[in-house]
Structure formats: C-alpha cells, structure tokens
Ligand binder design. Sequence first.
Ligand SMILES: NC(=O)c1ccc[n+]([C@@H]2O[C@H](COP(=O)([O-])OP(=O)(O)OC[C@H]3O[C@@H](n4cnc5c(N)ncnc54)[C@H](OP(=O)(O)O)[C@@H]3O)[C@@H](O)[C@H]2O)c1
Length: 223
Amino acid sequence: MSKNVLVIGASRGIGKELVKQFAAKGLETIGFARSLKNSSENKIHYIHLDLLSPTVKSDFEQAISGIHQIDYLVHNAGFIAVKPFLELSREDIQNCYQVNVMSVMEITQVCIPKMKPGGHIVMISSIGGFQGSSKFPGLAAYSTSKAALVSLTELLAEEFKNSGISINCLCLGAVQTEMMEEAFPGYKAPHQPDEIAEFIVDFTLNHGKYFHGKIIPVSISNP
Ligand SMILES: NC(=O)c1ccc[n+]([C@@H]2O[C@H](COP(=O)([O-])OP(=O)(O)OC[C@H]3O[C@@H](n4cnc5c(N)ncnc54)[C@H](OP(=O)(O)O)[C@@H]3O)[C@@H](O)[C@H]2O)c1
C-alpha cells in the first residue's frame, strides 16, 4: 500500500508545490486549506478546512475519519500580520496564534494516534522565530507565533520520544510566494516555492530517521 502525507495549507505558495511533489513521488497526498473545495485528481485529495474556525479540531477529525494510518504530516499553513507593534489588533494577534500554533496543536492531537513508528511530523516555521536570528519590525505577532512552533516541536519531541515518530521543525528564510509578495511588496526572495518544496519533501520522506526534535534554519543569509 502506498504511504500517505497530509499537508496543512496546500492551496498556494509552498504548500501547493508540496502536494504536487509528494504526489509525483507516489504518495497519497491530502491537502487542506480554506480556499480549497473537496476534490480529487490522481493521487491528490483536496479538503476544505478553515484553521480559524473554533471547530477546526472536530472538522479535521471528521475530514480524516476514513484515514486509519498517517505516515507524514507537514504543518505548512501560515498567517502573517505585518504591522507596527502598537497597531496590532487583538484579531491580528489571535489569527497568527490560531493558524500558526493552536490549530497545529489540535491537528497534531488528532494525527498522532494514527501514526506509527517511522512517521514524521514536520513543522514549517520561520527564520524570524529562530532564536538569535535577525528580527524585523512589524512581525511581533507572526514571529512570536513561529517561535512558539519551535518550542512546541521540542516539547512534542520529548513527549513522544519513545513513539518512533520523528518531529522536526524547519525555519525557512525568505521564499517568493504570495505571502511574501503581500507582506513585503517588491522584495525579491532568494528561493522559489518549488525549490524549497523539493527540500521539504526530501526532508520529510528521507530524514526523519536522522533527526528528532531538531530546529533547522533553512536560510542562506540569516542567522
Ligand atoms: N514565504 C516565505 O518567505 C516564508 C518564510 C518563512 C516561513 N514561511 C512559512 O512557510 C509556510 C508557507 O508559506 P507561503 O509563503 O507558501 O504562504 P502562503 O502563500 O500565504 O500560503 C499559506 C497557506 O496556508 C493556508 N492558510 C492560511 N490561513 C488558513 C486558514 N485559516 N485555514 C486554512 N488554511 C490556511 C493558505 O490557504 P488559504 O489561502 O486557502 O487560506 C495557504 O495554502 C507558512 O507557514 C509560512 O509562515 C514562509
């Protein structure tokens, strides 16, 4: 039976490339996002999921009720707010934490009981959430939430150290995606989404046996 992978945040940017590349490697690939409609093509299954919904855990549980084993899980969804700290609204802060941290925790709670030794959970964080990296003004809500994802990785790695499931975190540098273009118009990132997706796919499928609880900066310039 072919292995499967769940990609959270699969409608655009890096996630859109991830689902294409996982499927091209023969995995049953299930991609989730708010703007996706439920549909299937070849090995890709798209499922609508809104991570901002207060019922996200039960919605996700329902959506994957027919899946009995999960091999790989990539938490790629992200929400960014770029505003001076004094102008951040409660909603800006809540949205960053809900999408980037809370939904990750709730979805992982649903997935871990369905995972077996050899499984791999990959958190997609940001170099801005990596301790000691250069920081940028306007990213207090986003980068602190990505730092929480770093800490969550270390905590889950400890709690599940005897499970045989690897849990790691990639802290990405700048990638030329819609998020980047909306947040920093005109900025030219050193990597395209398909390039970074190639790295994430390889890391997810082939490196879980070498890394556990690791926070890996994937950046050529920072820190
Ligand atoms: N691009 C960069 O330079 C960069 C750098 C460091 C880290 N990262 C991280 O890499 C990941 C991918 O980034 P990207 O640049 O590809 O971002 P993107 O183009 O904005 O894509 C983000 C994905 O997350 C999904 N998402 C956001 N809010 C959601 C919600 N409420 N419910 C369901 N899905 C939701 C989006 O789907 P919908 O649009 O359908 O909601 C989309 O598929 C993120 O975690 C980001 O923080 C990116």
